[in-house]
Design a binder for this molecule. Structure first.
Ligand SMILES: O=P(O)(O)OC[C@H]1O[C@](O)(CO)[C@@H](O)[C@@H]1O
Length: 549
């Protein structure tokens, strides 16, 4: 589609409908439709979604599905799964779905089935993980590996780190997995402090193998190892690489026999299913890693085949579009009521914001409507005691996803009941709100003097009508986690399709990288600089003088 989506009749119909929805209260929608909750729910791959607490009627949904059809969402889904080069600015296919294609259905890129290559890497991963976990893989002193340090950043860090944390219940203390991403030396040094070089394995994870932060950390880690081993041959026993760039891996000094490859059709932020997931397989075992892939595959199959109205990622994506483009929502909160999912919001920040933080369409036309939201969140119940005030009574709408499990991995007394009581109470409160009359009546019943109650009533009024989605799973397992991540990946994709943008490039991170390269040279030279804008110049010169002092 070359015209902007907001120029279409489907968009205009939604604008019109938005006016009609202005005074609709969600609590009335529930009151007038006794089967609302039953009709607005979906279950897929162990995930149960209740989307009835949204500012949406059957007509809203019908209009949103029209919008999806106008944007040709189903066509784009088919194109992605068919391996077409839908990442047009980089002329690449987008095939993270091939990495978890457990059916082995052939998927062609440039006339070649990618599945044999995917399976070969998986076999190599399985063998390697077996060696390390069984203790057969030995370090330079002939000892087994006790600590694994993944060195990577962005997609080469956030995904595996989030999944390792989420599957904490499946890990073991025999093999501890650490993640170093920040170029701040503190991150590496603090991590290495307690580690024994003879028993530490480094995974240098970088799609490009050129990323400044990762290469700097990898070089310092290699120095740390060699300071103890005093033999360059130790590198082969303590360093493996995950990359698409064999040449650079070899130039760094890692034997390419210790390299696990992936492909340019795997975007960094979609790569945890590839060999980038090696730390996951090391932490929880190869079989669990495969269960993660299977969960994602189940969601992929649903996404590929279900009609829009029954398609969980499509429904969630369209509701997000509804709030972003027709209600002025600028952010989207992800609120896991599960301590193991505490890194999910940070992971989704890259997944969503690097994907849909775009201002031009695939064809390069500037858009004049909102695209990707700011994604943020913290686990419940911590978030409740920090920022929920604004979600309940602030002046902006913040659509939120509540995610929780029916059974905890750590059933301790009534902790889980208390945790989930908060989950349900918050979504109910956000939907219902409390009218001024209700607030007043409550206070009067509690014996608050009339005058005082009247003063406080406004403060104790909750507007309600704040949209939430509730996602429940029986238990957080590798399978349900895989499905959950894939759900969000596809939600992001569908939103990108509706907005007409390319969700799979990330040119916006380049300029800062380029300028940092120039400034790094200047800092290295340590001479007073005369270039740059006045602000940057004085900051640089203060820094340079401060370093000399
Ligand atoms: O895996 P690499 O090539 O080191 O890249 C790391 C990250 O850097 C980016 O290119 C930009 O931040 C991300 O897209 C990517 O996940």
């Amino acid at each position: 589609m070359t015209s902007l989506i907001n120029q279409t009749p489907a968009w205009r119909a939604l604008e019109q409908h938005r006016q009609e929805m202005q005074s609709v209260a969600m609590r009335d929608l529930f009151a007038s439709d006794p089967v609302r909750a039953e009709t607005m729910r979906l279950s897929v791959a162990g995930l149960h979604l209740d989307y009835s607490k949204n500012l949406a009627t059957p007509q809203t949904l019908a209009l949103l599905f029209d919008l999806a059809e106008t944007a040709d969402v189903s066509g784009w889904i088919a194109r992605m799964f068919a391996g077409e080069p839908i990442n047009n600015t980089e002329e690449r296919a987008v095939l993270h779905v091939a990495l978890r294609n457990r059916s082995n259905r052939p998927i062609q890129v440039d006339g070649q089935d990618v599945m044999p290559g995917v399976n070969r890497v998986l076999e190599r991963l399985e063998a390697f993980v077996g060696l390390v976990r069984s203790g057969e893989w030995k370090g330079f002193q002939g000892q087994s590996i006790r600590d694994v340090v993944n060195i990577g950043i962005g997609g080469s860090n956030l995904g595996p780190k989030m999944v390792c944390t989420a599957l904490g219940a499946y890990g073991s203390n025999d093999l501890r997995v650490h993640f170093v991403s920040n170029v701040d030396g503190t991150h590496l040094l603090e991590t290495l402090n307690d580690l024994d070089p003879a028993r530490t394995l480094f995974i240098v994870a970088s799609k490009t193998f050129t990323t400044q932060e990762t290469m700097t950390n990898a070089t310092s880690a290699r120095d740390w190892l060699l300071a103890a081993a005093r033999d360059p041959a130790a590198v082969a026993k303590h360093f493996v690489a995950v990359s698409t760039n064999a040449e650079k891996v070899s130039a760094f000094g890692i034997d390419t026999r210790n390299m696990f490859g992936f492909w340019d059709w795997v975007g960094g932020r979609y790569s945890l299913w590839s060999a980038i997931g090696l730390p996951i397989a090391l932490a929880v075992g190869y079989e669990r890693f495969v269960e993660l892939l299977e969960g994602a595959f189940a969601m992929d199959e649903h996404f590929r085949t279900a009609p829009s109205a029954k398609n969980m990622p499509v429904v969630l994506a369209l509701l997000g579009v509804w709030y972003a483009n027709f209600w002025g929502a600028r952010t989207h909160a992800v609120l896991p009521y599960d301590q193991y999912l505490r890194l999910l919001p940070a992971y989704l920040q890259q997944g969503d914001m690097e994907s849909n933080g775009k201002g031009v369409t695939r064809e390069g036309i500037a858009v004049d409507y909102t695209t990707g939201p700011v994604v943020w969140g913290e686990p419940g119940t911590d978030g409740q005691h920090a920022f929920y005030q604004l979600i309940h009574q602030g002046t902006q709408m913040i659509p939120a996803d509540f995610i929780g499990a029916i059974k905890s991995h750590n059933e301790l007394g009534d902790h889980h009941l208390k945790l989930m009581a908060n989950f349900f109470a918050q979504t109910e409160a956000l939907m219902r709100g409390r009218t001024t009359e209700e607030a007043l009546a409550e206070m009067l019943n509690a014996g608050v003097p009339v005058e005082r109650a009247q003063v406080l009533a406004q403060h104790r009024t909750f507007p309600g009508n704040r949209p939430t989605n509730s996602l429940l799973m029986e238990r957080l397992t590798p399978f349900t986690l895989g499905a959950l991540i894939a759900l969000y990946e596809h939600r992001i994709f569908v939103q990108g399709v509706v907005w007409g943008i390319n969700s799979f490039d990330q040119w916006g991170v380049e300029l800062g990288k380029q300028l940092a390269g120039v400034i790094l040279e200047e800092l290295g030279e340590g001479r007073v600089v005369a270039d740059h804008d006045a602000s940057t110049r004085s900051l640089l010169n203060d820094f340079i003088r401060g370093r000399r002092a």
